[in-house]
Design a protein around this ligand. Structure first.
Ligand SMILES: Cc1ncc(COP(=O)(O)O)c(C=O)c1O
Length: 364
C-alpha cells in the first residue's frame, strides 16, 4: 500500500540508517558489513532501505526467504544476495537462475546442491551451539567443505555461524566462537568469506575476532540494540498518526468496545486512526502517545482501526501523535509489551505506509 488515504504512517529516517551502518563499519574497518534486510528490512521497507544503501555504494545484503531474495533481485541486478533461511530442495534451481547465494545448512540441501546441474554460489552454515540451522561436527564439516570445494558447478563462497547469546551471555558466546575457531582450523582451505557476528557481536566483540571477513548487521542497522551498554545508534523508525476526531465527554460517557473506560468528569478524547490491524496491538492500551512535547494516556480498548487518547485543551483535530520515536521510544514499547525491540518494528503491518525521510524532511 503506497497511498496515504488516512493519516497514519511510519517514518523511516534514511540518514539515521546510514549513520548506523557507518557506526558498525567504524568498529571494524577491515571487515565488510552485510546489511540484513529480511522481513521487509525489519519492517522498515526492504526496497527503499536497499536503495539508500545502494546509493551509498553497498552491493550486498542478506535476507531470510527466497521470496525476499527474489523481490530484492527484481530491483537490484548487480548486488550479492545471501539467503540466510531455509530453501525447499525443489527451489534450489530458482536460486541458481537468479544468482541468489544459498545457505547450505543440512545434508538434504547439500545432496541437492551436489546434484544440481547448474552453477550455484553457497555459504556453508555451521551450528556452533544454537541448535538452529547448520551442520555440526568438526570432521563432518571439514569433509563437506572439501567436497563442495571440489565441485566445478559450486562456488563455496562463505562459511558462517550465528550466535545465540551475544547480547547477554558472554560465556555461551565464547564457547560458540571457540567452536567456530576449531571448525576453521580443521579446514584445508577456508572459503573466502567468514562471517559470524550479528549486531551485538559486531559492536562488542568483532574487533577482536581474527578470522572473519564480514559481519551481518540486522537490528542495529535500524538503530536498536539489546545490549545494556548501547552503541552510538540512531533509531530509524517512528510511528505517527493524526487526530481525526475529538470527543468531548461528559461524566459517565464511556469509550470504545466493552465501554471499559468511562469519564468521571468533563474530558476530551482524541481518536487516532490506527489499531491492531496496523500492528498497534491491544496490549498497547496501557501506554502513552506523544502530542507536541508531552505524553498522553491511551484509554479504552484498542480497535482494529482506531484507538483513543485522553487529551487536554492543547490537542486538536489534525495534530500529530507520535506513537513511538521520540518521548516514547521503541524500547519503551518493547518493555510495555514484554517483548524485544525486534518485534515492535517488524510488527508494524503492511497497512502502514513507510515514508522515507532524510534529516527531518520527506525524501521526494
Ligand atoms: C543468521 C542471521 N544472521 C544475522 C542476523 C541479524 O541479527 P541481528 O538482528 O541481531 O543483528 C540474523 C537475525 O536474526 C540471523 O538470523
Amino acid at each position: 500500500m503506497s497511498n496515504i488515504y488516512r493519516p497514519t504512517w511510519a517514518e523511516v529516517n534514511l540518514d539515521h540508517l546510514w549513520h548506523n551502518f557507518e557506526e558498525a563499519q567504524k568498529q571494524n574497518l577491515t571487515k565488510k558489513v552485510i546489511p540484513v534486510i529480511k522481513a521487509n528490512a525489519y519492517g522498515h521497507g526492504a526496497i527503499e532501505v536497499m536503495k539508500h544503501l545502494y546509493d551509498q555504494g553497498v552491493r550486498l545484503c542478506a535476507v531470510s526467504l527466497l521470496e525476499e531474495a527474489l523481490e530484492i533481485r527484481a530491483h537490484f541486478d548487480d548486488i550479492d544476495i545471501l539467503m540466510l533461511g531455509p530453501v525447499m530442495e525443489s527451489d534450489i534451481l530458482i536460486c541458481s537462475l537468479n544468482r541468489i547465494e544459498l545457505s547450505v545448512y543440512d545434508e538434504h540441501i547439500y545432496d541437492s546442491v551436489l546434484k544440481l546441474g547448474h552453477h550455484i554460489t553457497c555459504h556453508l552454515k555451521v551450528d556452533t551451539g544454537m541448535s538452529r540451522y547448520g551442520f555440526r561436527g568438526v570432521e563432518n564439516i571439514s569433509k563437506v567443505v572439501s567436497n563442495l570445494q571440489k565441485q566445478k558447478h559450486i562456488n563455496l563462497k562463505g562459511i558462517f555461524t550465528h550466535f545465540a547469546t551475544a547480547d547477554h551471555d558472554e560465556m555461551f558466546y565464547q564457547k560458540q566462537l571457540e567452536q567456530m575457531r576449531l571448525i576453521l582450523s580443521s579446514l584445508k582451505k577456508v572459503p573466502p568469506m567468514v562471517h559470524v557476528s550479528n549486531s551485538s557481536s559486531t559492536f562488542k566483540y568483532e574487533s577482536k575476532i581474527e578470522f572473519t571477513t564480514h559481519v551481518r548487521l540486522g537490528i542495529s542497522l535500524y538503530g536498536l540494540s539489546l545490549d545494556e551498554k548501547k552503541p552510538n545508534l540512531k533509531p530509524v523508525m517512528s510511528l505517527k498518526s493524526r487526530v481525526v476526531q475529538v470527543k468531548e465527554l461528559n461524566p459517565g460517557d464511556c469509550v470504545g468496545y466493552g465501554a471499559t473506560y468511562c469519564a468521571t468528569e468533563k474530558e476530551r478524547i482524541a481518536i487516532l486512526p490506527i489499531g491492531y490491524a496496523d500492528g498497534w496491538i491491544r496490549k498497547n492500551k496501557t501506554g502513552h502517545v506523544q502530542f507536541h512535547d508531552k505524553k498522553y494516556k491511551i484509554v479504552g480498548i484498542i480497535c482494529m482501526d482506531a484507538c483513543f487518547v485522553k487529551i487536554d485543551e492543547s490537542v486538536h483535530v489534525n495534530d500529530t501523535a507520535i506513537l513511538f520515536g521520540d518521548l516514547v521510544s521503541i524500547d519503551d514499547i518493547a518493555k510495555r509489551l514484554n517483548t524485544i525491540n525486534y518485534e515492535v518494528v517488524t510488527q508494524v503491518s503492511y497497512r502502514v505506509p513507510r515514508i522515507m525521510i532524510k534529516g527531518d524532511k520527506k525524501n521526494d
